[in-house]
Design a protein around this ligand. Structure first.
Ligand code: PGA
Length: 265
């Protein structure tokens, strides 16, 4: 399976000119990739200005819970799609902190999938404890956010494990590849219980939270991540492009096969 590297530009940059310049630098690098897909998620206003390319798709950072109606300031899933996005990030911790509940996220997830968008669903605990008390929190998020999602829609689902405490820092603030691997196996178990073993294995599980060129390769190799979600480092084309090159060079299909048997247990 191709690695997926998602750029979450958040509320950056300020101008269309800067957005275009950053995008074009990444587009050039993406066109040379062989085993990696890139998804750039700019602020929605920039979507129509940017053209997807080889190995490069566009995503939005949010949609509204309704498809049409009198909702001042909101943007619908259909509008996002017509603006050029194939993906949408949902359940990001920065939106959860603004008050988005799992119920609301679930509505958005189902609406996005129905509209034909691929969903990048973010889950992650706010604080980490040594006893693993955060694992039921992860399970709860996944179960609620994916309620009534059909088996047919699972192919359009990507999960990002993004511990909230790891977001926004240097490489040393990130989770470790070993702990990511354990947590991603846990996530697959929850998905397997919900959708069955075979479908669960098809869902890419990405890591997000202080990904930099210094730690990207470790998450993709020893962490066996299906990909990465990159925040602040995606605003620096040189750093982001070197993360893309690491992704393209990493390969570990045989070890993924080993984990399949662990998930089965
Ligand atoms: P970060 O952000 O890479 O700056 O930690 C990741 C995210 O919140 O999407």
């Amino acid at each position: 399976m191709k690695k997926i590297i998602v750029a979450n530009w958040k509320m950056n940059p300020d101008t269309p000119r800067e957005a275009r310049r950053l995008f074009l630098k990444v587009k050039r690098a993406a066109s040379r990739l062989r085993r990696t897909s890139v998804v750039i998620c700019p602020p929605a206003v920039f979507l129509p200005l940017l053209r997807p390319g080889r190995n490069l798709a566009l995503g939005a950072q949010d949609i509204f819970t309704e498809l049409r109606g009198v909702y001042t300031g909101s943007i619908s899933a259909a509008q996002i799609k017509y603006a050029g996005a194939d993906y949408v990030i949902l359940g990001h911790s920065e939106r959860r902190q603004l008050g988005e509940t799992d119920e609301l996220i679930n509505r958005k997830v189902r609406l996005a999938l129905k509209t034909g968008l691929k969903v990048i669903l973010c889950v992650g605990e706010t604080t980490r404890d040594d006893r693993g008390d955060y694992l039921p929190i992860l399970r709860g998020m996944l179960e609620l956010d994916l309620e009534r999602v059909t088996r047919a829609a699972v192919r359009n689902l990507i999960i990002t494990y993004e511990p909230v405490w790891a977001i926004g820092g240097a490489a040393s603030s990130a989770d470790t590849p070993e702990s990511f691997l354990e947590n991603s196996l846990f996530i697959r178990k929850v998905l397997a219980a919900r959708f069955g073993q075979n479908l669960a294995m098809l869902v890419p599980v990405l890591y997000g939270g202080s990904v930099t060129p210094d730690n990207a390769a470790a998450f993709l190799t020893s962490g066996e991540a299906s990909g990465l979600l990159v925040g602040h480092e995606s605003l620096r084309a040189d750093h982001f492009n070197s993360i893309l090159r690491f992704a393209d060079a990493s390969h570990h299909d045989s070890r993924l096969a080993n984990n399949r048997s662990i998930v089965k247990k």
